[in-house]
Ligand binder design. Structure first.
Ligand code: FAD
Ligand code: MG
Length: 360
């Protein structure tokens, strides 16, 4: 392994990270993240692998290449991730999504083929989940301020006023023009529940095209394990303890080449008057979903789909979520409930490690 190169990579990343951190909205988590990045960088230097970590897509993105980890490959990967962010972020004025939202009720907007593809896929998941997954959730996300620094509980009246704007059926796509039109003023797309998955799939493509056989991609919890371990044993991926500190797990999945994506109440939330409000909204009610679930993890082959499915299944709840998953025979799931019970779908290799939880 070229230790010199790897140290250079780590140094550059820490500097970039420091600069970029000022635009990172969840500043209160900044020092915790820095600590984990330091630990991560330290340990990755000690093994036969190289890693790069950057803040992108509003989260911590890390890529570990278990062979041939050259700077040029990492550069390619992170410029692709940044390109996707520049196309699909609601926080970047020039992005396709901001342009679509800015022209809601006015005119269709031509977009990049990536954006078009992701919106198309998002509408597919909206349809099959009967609107539980809705990429037109933007007005609700904005009303609750859940992605910003000052989230708060809106009045019930405001929520009721906003609900008619949240409707994926009013997103009109034109295949010929590659354009997207939101039919009502005030509508807004938010691809927060699917675009990280797309970015992870694109990262995997780059790594495979480079002929790299073994890698780990983790874009803020959208994980892809590529190839197989040197000793041929399965990859091990921890399931986050929803009530624990970041990195504390309730159990371990053992998987071959797969993507693992979790939607959980702990990712983004705030507390007001002693109540916990998270970021996974019911598009029909306008409130964070309360159905006894704390997290849903999807394990499958395509990260875009796993990302959308984890959110869709969470919002649908256990029973309806399980029925939705029947249309995806390859997909497996881990459900963590408020009563510390855990449910796993058949064929999954999952080992519970936290004795406070139990399999039902
Ligand atoms: P997921 O379950 O995958 O997604 C939850 C998110 O989807 C919610 O936060 C909400 O935005 C949306 N959502 C809520 N309910 C529904 C529903 N019923 N149907 C569909 N969608 C729903 N965060 C920042 O703080 N700053 C940034 O600059 C920033 N930029 C981003 C740019 C891009 C391109 C993307 C994809 C995300 C960005 N984020 C940003 C968002 C941040 O990374 C989110 O925390 C993340 O997308 C939520 O992902 P998750 O895996 O935790 O949850
Ligand atoms: Mg998701």
């Amino acid at each position: 392994m070229d230790y010199r190169k790897e140290l250079t990579t780590s140094r550059i990343n820490r500097r970039e990270l420091f600069i970029r951190s000022f635009s990172f909205t969840r500043r209160n988590n900044f020092f915790v993240i820095l600590f984990f990045i330091f630990i991560f960088s330290f340990f990755s230097c000690a093994r036969d692998e190289s890693s790069r970590i950057e803040l992108a897509l509003g989260t911590v993105c890390s890529v570990t290449l278990y062979e041939n980890g050259k700077d040029i490959v990492f550069d390619k990967i992170f410029s692709r991730i940044n390109e996707i962010e520049n196309l699909m972020s609601v926080n970047i004025n020039s992005s396709d999504i901001s342009r679509i939202n800015g022209n809601a009720g006015l005119t269709p907007v031509q977009v990049h083929e990536d954006t078009y593809k992701v919106i198309k896929r998002a509408l597919y998941f909206a349809e099959i989940s009967n609107g539980a997954f809705d990429p037109a959730v933007g007005p609700l996300v904005a009303l609750w301020g859940i992605s910003g620094d000052n989230p708060s509980v809106p009045s019930h009246e405001k929520i009721i006023e906003t609900l008619p704007l949240v409707n994926w059926r009013n997103v009109i796509m034109d295949n010929q023009e590659q354009s997207v039109f939101l039919t009502r003023t005030g509508m807004a797309l938010d691809l927060g529940a699917i675009a990280k998955g797309f970015a992870a799939d694109e990262t995997a493509k780059i790594i495979k095209n480079e002929g790299i056989a073994r890698a780990k991609i983790d874009l803020g919890g959208n994980i892809i394990m590529l190839g197989e371990k040197k000793d041929k044993s399965p990859w091990r991926v921890g399931i986050q303890n929803p009530g624990g500190s970041r990195g504390s797990i309730i159990g371990i999945l053992r998987i071959p080449e797969k993507t693992v994506v979790t939607s959980g109440v702990y990712e983004r939330y705030f507390e007001e008057n002693g109540a916990h409000y998270h970021h996974l909204f019911s598009p029909s009610l306008g409130y964070p979903v309360q159905n006894g679930l704390l997290s849903v993890t999807i394990i499958t082959g395509v990260s875009t789909d796993a990302d959308a499915l984890s959110t869709a299944v969470f919002v649908l709840g256990y029973e309806k979520g399980i029925s939705l998953l029947e249309s995806f025979p390859e997909a497996q799931a881990v459900f963590v409930f408020e009563d510390n019970s855990v449910s796993v779908t058949g064929g999954i290799d999952f080992m519970l490690t936290d004795k406070l939880f139990y399999i039902k």
